[in-house]
Design a protein around this ligand. Structure first.
Ligand code: CP
Length: 328
């Protein structure tokens, strides 16, 4: 329904493009040229039972920049769930305290359980290996914004997705979101044993006349791609055997990009990337390459999450009128 964001499957192409339009409208606030108090008096409950930097802070900042306030609870040990309280009771109690909730939880389906117990808007900030719909929205927004600059269309584009495609929930949500467009070519590059789940492939294959190719070779997967979307090794969800199959061959780095990628490719990653020596997701040697879109992508979390709140709280038509010039 309108008051929950649990899965990208809620969206049609029209409704996602409406959200993109609202996110564009939020840009003057996100860029700190304008301020708004359209959510004055509203309180957001940010309930994070799993580590997060971007999702927690950007949802919080987005709510604050629209004039609302935020209450944060982070980790099981800081909530009464550590004493055995259920999701149902927690959600019922929170409903009396706050006007919307963003929840990240390690178990797939848990955020839907929170949502079922309340009438206030609930946003899925990531549920285990399930979905991360706000990330998919900001990823789509990033692709559309970067393509607009390059004069490209998303219909017919080639998207390469690399790394841990089994446990990376952001790429599950992103593939399903991109399936709303037409004639895309997906090349899915993963280590053996970490392939994209069959149900995601089937979901995408059933829509929009897409081509989906799977490979274990970066050289094969990256050639001709308009977007390269790298992911982090989700070590927290792995067994040791799967980790052994993961090698430096699956790292996106300057040598690989210079050899196989298109001149105008966009390099994305949901972040965090593992920047420690010996990590295998996205090398820091691309940091000064203008094709690296990861920080523009992270910045887009603010206007997109403002748009999500505006729609869930029904103020999207009041935002434009509420904007004032920054005085600081
Ligand atoms: N991309 C993302 O979800 O980052 P965090 O885990 O830091 O929120």
């Amino acid at each position: 329904g309108k008051h929950q964001l649990l899965s990208v499957e809620q969206f049609t192409r029209d409704s996602v493009e409406e959200l993109v339009r609202i996110a564009d409208m939020m840009q003057p606030i996100a860029r700190r040229q304008k301020v708004s108090r359209v959510l004055e008096g509203a309180v957001l409950g940010n309930l994070f039972f799993e580590a997060s930097t971007r999702t927690r802070v950007s949802f919080g900042a987005a709510f604050c920049r629209l004039g609302g306030s935020v209450c944060d609870t982070t980790g099981f040990t800081f909530s009464s769930m550590a004493k055995g309280e259920s999701i149902y009771d927690t959600s019922r109690v929170m409903s009396g305290y706050v006007d919307a909730m963003v929840i990240r939880h390690p178990e797939q389906g848990s955020v839907a359980e929170f949502a079922a117990a309340t009438n206030i808007p609930v946003v899925n900030g990531g549920d285990g290996a399930g979905e991360h719909p706000s990330q998919a929205l900001l990823d789509l927004y990033t692709i559309l914004t970067e393509f607009s600059r390059l004069g490209k269309l998303l219909d017919g584009a080639h998207i390469a997705i690399t790394g841990d495609l089994k446990y990376g929930r952001t790429v599950h949500s992103l593939m399903k979101m991109l399936a709303l467009y037409k004639g895309l070519k997906f090349t899915l590059v993963s280590p053996p044993g970490l392939e994209m789940p069959t149900e995601i492939i089937e979901h995408v294959a059933a829509r929009g006349n897409h081509v989906i190719e799977q490979t274990h070779s970066m050289a094969e997967g990256l050639k001709g791609a308009d977007v390269i979307y790298a992911t982090r090794v989700q070590k927290e969800r792995f067994n040791d055997e799967q980790l052994e199959g993961y090698s430096a061959d699956f790292q996106i780095n300057k040598a690989l990009i210079d050899t196989y990628a298109k001149e105008d490719v966009i390099i994305m990653h949901p972040l965090p990337r593992d920047s420690r020596a010996g990590s295998h997701d996205l090398s820091v040697d691309l940091n000064h390459d203008p094709r690296l879109a990861i920080f523009r992508q992270a910045d887009n979390g603010i206007p997109v999450r403002m748009a999500i709140f505006a729609v869930l709280l029904g103020v999207e038509n009041l935002v434009q009128h509420s904007m004032r010039d920054v005085t600081w």
